[in-house]
Design a protein. Structure first.
Length: 279
């Protein structure tokens, strides 16, 4: 757990920053971007201090807010872990067995940064490496390559003891470098994202679909999108990460949202200044 993330972990929302900024259009934010990692770089260049992902777990009361800069730092560290310690190469397939969570979003962008195919809910036995939450460890053991486990506990803490046969993400990632450069440039026309049973998308196709969704949903750089959708298909991933990112907006990502009473949900919408709901 790094200090800059700990400073952003609280159960209570913070007020929006004061002061006005020049309006940014979707075209100005990502006109030349060809990969999801490019979208993140554009967001970082446009306004590194603004919130990008605000995560709630309504089973634990956890709230984590990550600015663009903090999120990008986690992506860089995770990409360095992927490329360095795990030895992943462009075209390798990573079975991503994680729920909708801020750390899942980090892994998705880290895969994009390295050219690794993120296979959401994919078969670990057919993958080169696997990233698993605590509830899918037995399934993940089918992977014959590197295995990484995430506790998904509040504040990103480690397992009491690493699961047998897995590296603990919370142990391995803090010491990674804060900047990332791929050894091999990422090919935007190569496969980048897959969903179990739904085929593959190249990085360019991911960006194009995310942009199209942002336009259809009328997301803008001031959009604050609340999503309780799982990260199991395109709709959940676009609504809960990629479309807001493509628009230059932000996401309020909620896990176990069904446990939140209706009145509490309305208070959250108000306090987080939500402008749209992914559905």
């Amino acid at each position: 757990m790094t200090d800059n993330l700990r400073e952003r972990c609280t159960r209570f929302p913070r007020p929006a920053p004061s002061g006005s900024r020049p309006a940014r259009t979707l075209a100005r934010v990502n006109a030349t971007d060809r990969t999801p990692a490019d979208l993140l770089r554009s967001a970082l260049a446009a306004d590194p201090a603004r919130p990008l992902v605000t995560f709630y777990d309504d089973a634990t009361g956890e709230r984590v807010e990550l600015s663009v800069a903090t999120f990008a730092n986690w992506v860089a560290k995770t990409a360095n872990l992927l490329q360095g310690d795990l030895g992943a190469e462009p075209g390798d397939r990573l079975a991503l067995l994680l729920p909708a969570h801020w750390q899942s979003a980090v892994w998705l962008l880290a895969c994009s940064s390295t050219g690794v195919v993120a296979d959401v809910g994919g078969d670990p036995a057919a993958a080169d490496l696997v990233v698993s939450g605590p509830d899918t460890l037995e399934q993940a053991r089918a992977c014959r390559g590197e295995r990484v486990a995430l506790s998904l506990r509040p504040l990103g803490v480690r397992f009491p003891a690493p699961p047998d046969g897995f590296s603990d993400y919370a142990v391995e990632v803090p010491g990674q470098g804060d900047r990332f450069a791929p050894i091999v440039p990422v090919d935007p026309d190569a496969p980048a994202l897959a969903f179990a049973g739904e085929g593959e998308l190249t990085a360019v196709q991911v960006v194009e679909r995310a942009r199209a969704d942002a336009v259809t949903r009328e997301y803008t750089p001031v959009s604050r999108v609340l999503s309780g959708l799982p990260y199991r298909d395109w709709n959940g991933l676009s609504g809960g990460l990629l479309a807001p990112l493509a628009a230059g907006g932000s996401v309020v990502l909620c896990r176990h949202l069904d446990r939140l009473p209706a009145e509490a949900l309305e208070l959250r919408r108000e306090s987080e200044r939500v402008t749209a709901t992914a559905g």
